[in-house]
Design a protein around this ligand. Structure first.
Ligand code: ADP
Length: 454
């Protein structure tokens, strides 16, 4: 929602979200300037083309350039404690993020998904279940296509399914999802939010504008999530392992009891039959129920769902050793979930850029399930200090060396798991590049082990 009277806006930080915000604001008839931290030559050709006739500042964010506008739209990567934003607050210039801009421009039901882990899986699963139930969902937000891009184009969808990050929720303004999901909460992005309390408050914002005719779906196994229920105006449903939850996990089935509707969904023989994905499936089922999905189309959707890459993906089995790529385990909570689903004796490849996660909570789990730990990247010393007294910890110079060492250490029945618990940016462009490096190294090993053909 653009505040009344605003004519001149400035986008802080381009990138995919910034470009979508720029087009959206131009379509609404605003004069839009761009302030970008990168030097001009680092902009992509697409970014260059978009800004060529605009009022543009590159190489930093200056008060002179920014404080002369009457609205500021920071991209999701911009730290909110930048001095220029503090000056803008003092000058009472509105600071609005992409969700805040979208509010008031949405004419279809919105499902918003947040949490520390599982967002992409649940968002994708809800989209896939709805497609199988005859809907035409837009699936995006923090993944894939930004929301403002969807709102700028032709409306060929009848429901929005949005993955929402804490960065986006920080500036969500009047944005109100009809169905809001908070899956779980564990420390993440504390380098940006500063404290766990501020991170949790950002996530909590997903519910803050909801009304009594909306739905809030919460991960009932997570005590910190359940502490967020007070103050929610929407009807609350929870999922988890206790019978008290509306969607309860019993073995590999989900038993549903919600507003008079009782059903059971089996996850046997689906890609969702793991500890974390059973929780993700329960959350997604509760969400699509609110839109009237039938049991039979939910069953069809569960059977056909394929999770995104780099999430507990089995890459190969070589001489009885299973290699698993969980590169998307970029925080301590996801690393814990990965380790819980691996057998004792696992060889763990971990490390990267630390996000100020607290690894000490993993000591029991590491002791129970990990035989050797191979560290890569900046967090090597931290991991050695935290776990060196419990298991064998060593370092590797790159992914190829880590995989080779993992293969040498593991024997039949053991698993070599990539679950870094850290961001990838010290060594790779992103978690996808890190996962691909792991996969390439494993495939190369498999190839060298193939019998020679004549
Ligand atoms: P996000 O989008 O929140 O990062 P993803 O679905 O991409 O979540 O999964 C990221 C990582 O978190 C993967 O490593 C996955 O194994 C782990 N994960 C997925 N779902 C859960 C969950 N419900 N609880 C804990 N960890 C999870």
């Amino acid at each position: 929602m653009i505040p009344a009277g605003v004519k001149n806006a400035v986008i802080l930080g381009l990138g995919i979200s910034g470009m979508a915000a720029l087009r959206f604001l131009q379509d609404q008839g605003l004069n839009v300037a761009v302030s970008e931290f990168r030097p001009q030559e680092k902009l992509s050709p697409q970014e260059q083309a978009l800004v060529q006739d605009l009022d543009l500042e590159t190489g930093g964010h200056s008060e002179d350039f920014i404080l002369t506008r009457d609205m500021i739209v920071p991209g999701p990567g911009i730290p909110l404690d930048l001095p220029v934003l503090q000056a803008a607050r003092s000058a009472e210039i509105p600071i609005i993020g992409e969700l805040g801009l979208a509010a008031g421009n949405i004419s279809v039901p919105v499902i918003g998904v947040t949490g520390s882990n599982g967002k992409t899986t649940v968002t994708g699963l809800i989209g896939s279940l709805l497609s199988d139930c005859g809907y035409h969902p837009f699936v995006g937000g923090n993944i894939g296509t930004p929301l403002l891009q969807a709102l700028s184009g032709p409306v060929d969808y009848d429901v929005l399914v949005l993955e929402l990050s804490s960065f986006q929720l920080d500036l969500s303004g009047a944005f109100r999802p009809d169905i809001a999901l908070l899956l779980n909460l564990s420390p993440d992005h504390l380098d940006r939010h500063g404290t766990m309390d501020r991170y949790v408050r950002a996530k909590q914002r997903i519910f803050s504008k909801q009304r009594s005719d909306d739905y809030a779906i919460l991960g009932g196994d997570d005590p910190l999530v359940m502490q967020q229920t007070s103050g929610i105006k929407a009807a609350v449903a929870t999922f988890g392992h206790d019978r008290s939850h509306q969607a309860c996990i019993v073995g590999d089935r989900i038993s549903l009891d919600w507003r008079g509707r009782q059903s059971e969904f089996s996850l046997t023989a689906t890609t969702l039959n793991s500890k974390v994905n059973r929780l993700n499936a329960a959350a997604a089922i509760l969400a699509v129920l609110q839109l009237g999905a039938s049991d039979s189309c939910i069953r069809k959707g569960l059977a056909s769902f394929v999770p995104a890459e780099h999430r507990m993906t089995q890459v190969a089995e070589l001489n009885g050793v299973v290699f698993i790529n969980d590169s998307k385990a970029t925080n301590v909570g996801a690393m814990a979930a990965a380790l819980e689903s691996c057998p004792p004796g696992t060889v763990l490849i971990a490390g990267g850029r630390d996000k100020q996660g607290d690894f000490t909570g993993l000591r029991e789990l590491i002791k129970k399930n990990v035989a050797h730990m191979i560290c890569i990247g900046e967090a090597t010393n931290l991991l050695q200090e935290t776990f060196g007294d419990l298991v064998e910890v060593e370092s590797a110079r790159d992914m190829q060396a880590a995989v080779a060492r993992g293969a040498a250490l593991a024997g039949p029945g053991q698993t070599v798991l990539l679950a870094p618990g850290c961001a990838s940016y010290d060594m790779f462009a992103d978690y996808g590049a890190r996962g691909r490096a792991f996969t390439r190294a494993v495939h190369a090993l498999v190839k060298t082990n193939e019998p020679a053909s004549f």
